[in-house]
Design a binder for this molecule. Structure first.
Ligand code: AHR
Length: 509
């Protein structure tokens, strides 16, 4: 609470006195001994929809062998950033997907047309068992979204039973015949996706009623039941779901994308002016307000904060890269995406008491991906490096902090220039992540860390000369973190220089 109320106070001061504040150095105060809330590792979750080249040709390839197999280099890269959760099979695709088409011998599975994404024909070779093998190799937890929009209560309930039933029961035996005698450990279960849109175009009341019926029949070992949540600022959706179905909901799945243009013309990932940079920052910053407002509604029905607010889809959505299949949503990823990611993750950490999972959309070759592939080549995007730098926050204790920062102003509009988050891990190390949203000017930041003695500091910085700097298959390492130089610790005051448009992660011991 301290962090948020302090931040609000500082923000108002900045709005009222921009002139004075612009001359004030950035100062952060961290209370290293007052942390209470754990930052759930699932805030660092990802999303692997059957969309474009995310699954087929992303995780799942015929490259090299001519036979379908999981892609080792992609898995290894994702293990490095400690992917805690991977949401699947969608997205909109979840409400088209019939799980029985994706089990059993691969050569006997029915082919299907992915009518929602690109109209391509797929052979269903990547199904439940393949997904759960991927999850196991990633060392992650599964998050499966069942079909409400075009499915039935029976179909969803049997999928759950197929995963969990012991052998000796019909569905347990079928699973064993398909190669997995042991029940699968699946806990996170989505009851439909975007049920206000591609998942059935329902009113909140109609979905609340449907949700209860579907959720009721997920029996045996009880899932962690995740309801389709609001679209951005649809607070009526949250109110209705919490009032009508709150007692049967464990997680409510908010979706909100950052679009730097309009929905019709979003703009290119790599070609934009400072207006495109500023709009992205301003809209990304809005995530803080969305979470605050949805949380206050949830607090009315669930003051104990049992129900997780999940941000199951977030990230930058640009126009597809020229020459790519439009329905595949393939886009490049620049320093702008990375700064937006750092800002989001700081915001999620700050709300760790209510936000306990988030899933960046999406992992490979789709929207704000952490990995892009081309044949057997793979590159890591600037956003990948943000997840690498921030992984230290997973399951650490959030430290209360306040930020006194001037603003980044463009065409008479402003956002706070600096965003920050701090945590303490199990070994007592303090981790500080900082973002400078201003593409024109660096900032010197003083961090006053109270309540714990410190003697060493080390860090990494991600930045580049241009706002649109990005990695390509020709230049895969154009944007990657380097050691942070010049950070100095005097007693418990850390002073460091944040370059313009940068993400910094610092470790203090
Ligand atoms: O991530 C792409 C799509 O965006 C998802 O399928 C859907 O849930 C959302 O509208």
């Amino acid at each position: 609470m301290l962090r948020r109320s302090a931040k609000l106070a500082v923000a108002s001061l900045l709005l009222l006195g921009g002139q004075v504040a612009a001359q004030t150095p950035v100062r952060i105060v961290v209370n290293a001994d007052l942390g209470e809330t754990t930052i759930s590792r699932h805030i660092y979750g990802h999303f692997g929809e059957d969309l474009g080249r995310n699954i087929y040709d992303g995780f799942w390839t015929k490259a090299g062998t001519g036979q379908w197999h999981l892609r080792d280099d992609v898995i290894e890269a994702l293990r490095r950033i400690q992917v805690p959760t991977l949401r699947w099979p969608g997205g909109c695709f979840a409400d088209y997907y019939h799980w029985r088409d994706g089990i059993g011998p691969r050569d006997r599975r029915p082919r299907m047309v992915n009518t929602i994404w690109g109209g391509v024909t797929e052979d269903n070779s990547f199904g439940t068992h393949e997904y759960l093998e991927l999850i196991q190799r990633l060392g992650a937890e599964p998050f499966i979204v069942g079909n409400v929009g075009s499915g039935t209560v029976e179909e969803m309930s049997k999928w759950w039973e197929y995963l969990h039933a012991p052998t000796g029961s019909p569905l347990g035996d079928e699973r064993a015949a398909n190669g997995h005698p042991e029940p699968f450990a699946v806990r996170f279960w989505g009851v439909g996706n975007e049920s206000w849109g591609c998942g059935g175009a329902m009113t909140p009341q109609a979905y609340a009623d449907a949700y209860k019926r579907y959720a009721e029949y997920l029996r045996g070992s009880r899932p962690f039941r995740i309801a389709s949540g609001p679209n951005g600022d649809d607070y009526a959706w949250t109110e209705t779901m919490m009032r009508e179905a709150g007692r049967m909901i464990d997680g409510l799945d908010l979706h909100n994308y950052t679009v730097a243009g309009t929905w019709a013309t979003k703009g290119r990932a790599t070609e934009f002016t400072e207006q495109g940079w500023f709009t992205a920052m301003q809209r990304a910053e809005r995530m803080d307000t969305l979470i605050t407002r949805h949380s206050t509604i949830m607090d009315q029905y669930d003051p104990a904060k049992r129900v997780w607010l999940i941000v199951g889809e977030w990230g930058m959505w640009h126009d597809p890269e020229p020459g790519s299949t439009p329905g595949f949503l393939y886009q490049q990823n620049t320093l702008r995406d990375a700064v937006v990611a750092g800002l989001h993750l700081n915001i999620f950490n700050g709300h760790a008491d209510r936000v306990r999972m988030a899933n960046l959309a999406q992992t490979v070759n789709v929207l704000q991906s952490v990995i892009l592939t081309q044949g057997d080549q793979m590159i890591l995007t600037p956003t990948y490096w943000v997840f690498d730098m921030y992984k230290v926050h997973q399951d650490a204790t959030l430290l209360p902090l306040s930020v006194r920062s001037d603003t980044y102003t463009f065409n008479d509009q402003s956002v706070p220039a600096i965003s920050a988050s701090a945590s303490k891990d199990r070994d007592g190390r303090i981790h500080l992540t900082l973002v400078n949203l201003d593409p024109n000017r660096g900032r010197t930041v003083q961090v006053d860390i109270r309540g714990q003695g410190l003697s060493t500091v080390a860090g990494r910085v991600l930045t580049a000369p241009a706002m649109n700097a990005h990695n390509t298959f020709e230049q895969p390492n154009a944007v990657q973190p380097v050691d942070l130089r010049g950070a100095r610790l005097s007693g418990n005051v850390l002073t460091l220089d944040l370059p313009s448009k940068s993400v910094v992660a610092v470790e203090l011991r």
